[in-house]
Design a protein around this ligand. Structure first.
Ligand code: NAP
Length: 483
């Protein structure tokens, strides 16, 4: 399989990286290389920018309904290739194929459909200034957008950026994570087949420090949409700020799940197990700090461990697998480090804490870790403050609303939170007080593409989704006509 070569997509063609260098692309479930990915550098980014610049003139004049048709065609092609894409993503990321098939890939198609149709409903504002003037707002494409995405939901998150950028008539230079390049590569084939003009979408594969940094620093890329870790986000912000770029940063999280004694216990257990372990805990929105009201703490922990211990770990390509592989050896080592740290900080490993037996011979060198539950940690220790990004959750009791709100907010991150209670007044009261961009009540990961999405504090700057994305990828210009 290593003869598969994931090349760059520049000016409508798949091309070798200029250096002719490739990196091994490792399958997390086996620990073995299964393809090669272009190890591009700033020269490839220059070539992609030149193509994007050349294409911009014509693309920016394509009528919105023609752009919409192209995006809808891409969505249809994603649907057509659902099975192929789901399998590729599962191999690339280590996530269970059922998750790719039912969530990630359909959501990528939904992103294209959403922005294809949204762009047809944009309203322009007009303001009459007494009897002096009429002002109207023109929203114009910004030019070349640099889109950088992480490995955990590779096609979904990249399409969440590509679709609005194209809908708003920008051209694109994108970089997926070097760990999970396959679905972006396949998307380029589909975009080409759909008839997207050459140069409108360019994808440069390779590492963050070489390709990502070159995109961020490129003077002709004036818009950067970045999703990834907070440390990398800071570098992107610093480089972009020096050139006054418009930047959206979707960063890490350490999300609290809060369960009150009056919650529907079964729903709270199922919801919080899912929130803790979906995609092996490698979703930025996963709940990794779980606060349970004292009155039901023992019963809840017992039920939680029971449910989590029944999650079926296995080969990601196996239809019955619920927990697949961790994305890389480095990520696995990071998880191990935090589980050791939790013990040094006084935590008790109530479930998991180690690698499982390999599920089959194919996966004997894969990167697996058990769903892990830690109890007994103080709320403010490192394990409860730093993002682990793995199947590790810390459960703690609380006594009062006031106390749990202070625990939830005592954190540098502010991405999301979920609250389980039957008391509607309390739900509203707490939602208002939690420092997070999204607060779910009695649910988790329920997404409406129209709502603003993003984080507070170190979880990010800016909002994506719906109207916010359309505004981000356009420049507002006021035209003032004197009466
Ligand atoms: P990461 O290491 O920050 O990487 C994100 C992207 O940035 C990758 O494509 C990476 O390339 C690239 N990159 C690395 N160094 C760069 C640099 N100096 N300049 C520009 N780009 C650079 O994050 P990750 O480990 O892939 O993803 C996990 C993180 O993403 C977690 O913190 C998670 O919470 C966060 N995340 C946030 C959201 C959200 O919506 N808020 C959603 C998903 C994930 P390479 O991978 O090729 O090095």
């Amino acid at each position: 399989m290593t003869e598969i070569r994931i090349r760059n997509f520049i000016n409508g063609q798949f091309v070798e990286p200029l250096s002719a260098q490739y990196l091994d692309n490792i399958e997390p479930a086996t620990g073995e290389p299964y393809s090669q990915v272009a190890d591009s550098d700033e020269h490839d980014v220059d070539a992609a920018v030149a193509a994007a610049e050349e294409a911009f003139g014509e693309w920016s004049r394509v009528a919105a309904n023609e752009r919409a048709k192209l995006l809808l065609r891409i969505a249809d092609l994603i649907d057509r290739d659902l099975e192929k894409l789901a399998r590729a993503e599962s191999i690339d990321t280590g996530k269970p194929i059922t998750l790719s098939r039912t969530l990630d890939i359909p959501r990528a198609a939904a992103n294209f459909r959403f922005f294809a149709t949204a762009i047809l409903h944009v309203q322009n504002e007009a303001h009459v200034t007494d009897n002096l003037a009429l002002n109207y707002t023109l929203r114009q494409p910004r030019g070349i957008a640099g889109l950088i995405s992480p490995w955990n939901l590779p096609l979904y998150l990249l399409s969440w950026k590509i679709a609005p950028a194209l809908a708003c008539a920008n051209t694109i230079v994108a970089k997926p994570s070097e760990l999970t390049p396959m679905t972006a590569f396949m998307l380029c084939e589909l975009a080409h087949e759909a008839g997207l003009p050459p140069g409108v979408l360019n994808v440069v594969q390779g590492t963050g420090p070489r390709v990502g940094a070159a995109i961020t620093a490129h003077p002709k890329i004036n818009t950067i949409s970045f999703t990834g870790g907070t440390v990398t986000g800071r570098k992107v912000a610093e480089a972009g700020a020096a050139l006054f770029k418009k930047i959206s940063l979707e960063l890490g999280g350490k999300n609290p799940t809060i369960v009150f004694a009056d919650a529907d216990l079964n729903a709270a257990l199922s919801g919080s197990v899912r929130a803790s372990f979906a995609n092996q805990g490698q979703v930025c929105l996963c709940g990794s700090r779980l606060y349970v009201e004292r009155a039901i703490y023992d019963e809840f922990v017992h039920g939680f461990i029971d449910k989590a211990s029944k999650l079926k770990q296995g080969d990601p390509l196996d239809e019955s697998t619920e927990q697949g592989a961790i994305v890389s050896k480095t990520q696995l080592e990071k998880i191990r480090f935090y589980v050791d740290l939790a013990q040094r900080e006084g935590g008790n490993i109530a479930l998991g804490g180690a690698a499982p037996e390999p599920p089959n011979a194919r996966c004997r060198d894969g990167f697996f870790f058990q769903p892990t539950v830690i109890t007994g940690l103080p709320p403010s220790c490192r394990t409860n403050s730093e993002e682990i990004f793995g199947p590790v959750v810390s459960i703690m009791p609380f006594e009062s609303e006031e106390e749990v709100v202070s625990y939830a907010n005592d954190c540098e991150y502010g991405l999301s939170s979920s609250i389980w209670t039957q008391n509607l007044n309390r739900a509203h009261r707490i939602a208002e007080q939690i420092h997070a961009g999204t607060v779910w009540i009695n649910c988790w990961l329920l997404r409406d593409l129209r709502v603003p999405f993003g984080g507070m504090k170190q979880s990010g700057v800016g909002r994506e989704g719906g109207e916010e994305a359309l505004r981000f990828f356009t420049e507002a210009k006021n035209v003032c006509i004197a009466k």
